[in-house]
Design a protein around this ligand. Sequence first.
Ligand code: UDP
Length: 330
Amino acid sequence: MLLITGGAGYIGSHAVIDFLEAGYDILIFDNLEVGHIEIINTLKKIGNVKFEKGDLRNLADVQKLFNNYKIDGVIHFAAYALVEESVKNPSKYYENNVVGTLNLLNTMIKNDVKKIVFSSTCATYGEPNYVPIDENHPQNPINPYGTSKLMVEKILDDYDKAYDLKSIKLRYFNVVGADSKCRIGEWHDNETHLVPNILKSVLQESKEFKIFGNDYNTKDGTCVRDYINVEDLVQAHRLSYEYLLKENKSDVFNLGTQNGVSVKEVFETCQNVLNKKINYKIENRRAGDPAMLYADTSKIYHVLNWKPKRTLEYSIKTASEWEKRNEQQK
Ligand code: UDP
């Protein structure tokens, strides 16, 4: 079976659906700190899913997992992923994202499991020297979150040379949207992300939407990012895993759309999709936000023949349907 760590979380759970629909048997390992048991219950109704609650920082949990199941490969999502929090509490990030991952990798090697797809991030590039950012852009992260992911990238390179562990590292840009059938979606108890925050401000009167900074050196003064649909993104994980099975070669790819979109443009697209005027307030810049990040995605297109298919409008529409449903369910 295929082990998916962090399968109860936002991106991990969408990956579980994609792999299930392609016929894989899935084992989810998650500590349910950020993920939700309700998501696991939904996934169990879709296909053959086993769930083990545990923590990567606890080596005994990881060893038990490999003793109890026949694992063929790993898709590794479990990690903390908030830039601002990582600046305030780096120990939490290095402990989970680096030490936890080492527990996983060492147990894989011991059990002769030699294939892994790893969630990395455009935060490993730091403040860009040029855009669009390709995979050869220098990696100088400016926060502990990005550093923790870069450390794992380096560990994976060394483990390939020493132990023949093959990995595909996927550097995500900004992930948006929800399952097309609205079964699951983005669900963070303390939401910090742009699209869900805009949608929450529409659904909940107490939540005012704030734009963090309009004095950046960009087309309209707000930050520019590259918003990639979650279903497109997870499909690239399956193609990556199948590439590992077929070619047995490590590689690294950016995952984005190649379009730089400003915060204001995302906001306006939300207004258009919802056909509603939304209030907003301009706030100070948020610490650690680079002005402009968007991907050159030609490499993954050439090697895996992967291209994003879904538009930002579509992502906002699915995110909005999920947000409404999840508010009602809570
Ligand atoms: N942002 C914003 N208001 C919010 C949340 C985010 O203006 O309520 C901005 C943020 O400053 C950044 C962009 O939206 O420029 C994307 O932020 P997000 O947290 O979604 O992703 P990140 O780029 O940090 O991974």
